[in-house]
Write a protein of this length. Sequence first.
Length: 425
Amino acid sequence: MFQAGTALAEINYDGIVGPSHNYAGLSLGNIASASHKGDPSYPRAAALQGVAKMRGNLARLGVQGFFVPLPRPNLALTDALALDGSEAPQLRAAPWSASSMWTANAATVSPAPDTADGKCHLSPANLVTMLHRAQEWPDTKRQLDLAFGNRDHFTVHGAVPPTFGDEGAANHMRLCDGHGSSGVEVFVYGRPGGAFPARQHEQASRLVARAHGLDPARCVFVEQNPAAIEAGAFHNDVVSVANERVLFTHAEAFADQSGAYDAIRAAFPALEVVEVPSAAVTMAEAIRTYLFNAQLLTLPDGSMALIVPEECRESASVWSYCEGLMASNGPIREVIPVDVRQSMANGGGPACLRLRVVCDPATVDPRFLLDASKADLIEKIISETWPEQIDPSDISGSQANPALAAQVTAARAALLTALSLEELG
Ligand code: SUG
């Protein structure tokens, strides 16, 4: 239970990219996923890119967590789908998806200073809108139950019941004076009826806020701009990110942009908005480069750094905006590109790959915390066991590929053994 004065820190839990990482084009409304459908994927390179990102943030922040990949191929889902070779290839690919790497969709997290009982509450996201993602939450919950098993400090809930779609932290932001102080939680939902699915339902957001025991006066519910969803912003974290008192957002992120700022400011007067105008970066370019799918970090000296995908540096308009940001007197003083191209090609940037948990690091299971030697170990297992390449026909062809299934299963098992996490096997 939270007591004032306890040392709370933000821990970023990155999803280790799983050995079955592939491009099957499963996510309607996710432009990168659709446009890379059918490409060969490189699971080993993808996972090493992810570890390199974690190493960078470990050096910057002094703390970094991770979650392990979920069991794939998921034989229970294969059975449930009655796959017999006559079905659409996309159905065959779903049990192979490595989508749990995007841990921003693993859960919604309300840190202890925000909740009525002074514990940190986590609700795994049901991800019901997409078949390949809906299989994640029971295994995600098993992992959360272990990582945050200290019941004096954490409560792990069940998922929101269907039909209310919940996508977790990707549609949730927290504003606060410092990570350890009480925050205002902002839930961003989409209204159904557009060309693409609105994955986060308002009722799911409201349910999570109630379950977590949040003070209604410190919760804000905001509608995402339907035009942003239509343009490919399938999660709010593709168009805005918050850290402490700062909201970094595209000017067209919300259905009622100034109404959203007013509502947040009414609950959190210290709000500082860094709004990127459409004239500087179009919505299409923001979505292509994932400028907002960035990690906005508070560095030990109190300044903020934005960890963006390399694609931002390659875009004239986005990089010129970033250079202006760094030269300004604003709160974001550094913009640091990272290479997560394998994940980006499926619509997952630096922010998708991490779940933020504000807590006392002494209260979490240390097996899920990274240090330099564990990063070496994880890299060694990935280099030795992860497939170098997967062609979509390996997983969605009418003939199953038992050798690949065996390799993927063995690779995950080797990682669990190395990390003493066999109980997740
Ligand atoms: O749910 N891509 C993920 C990307 C998730 C990004 N997360 C955040 N924005 N927080 C998704 O659409 C692609 C899978 C495929 O096509 O095989 C995929 O699931």
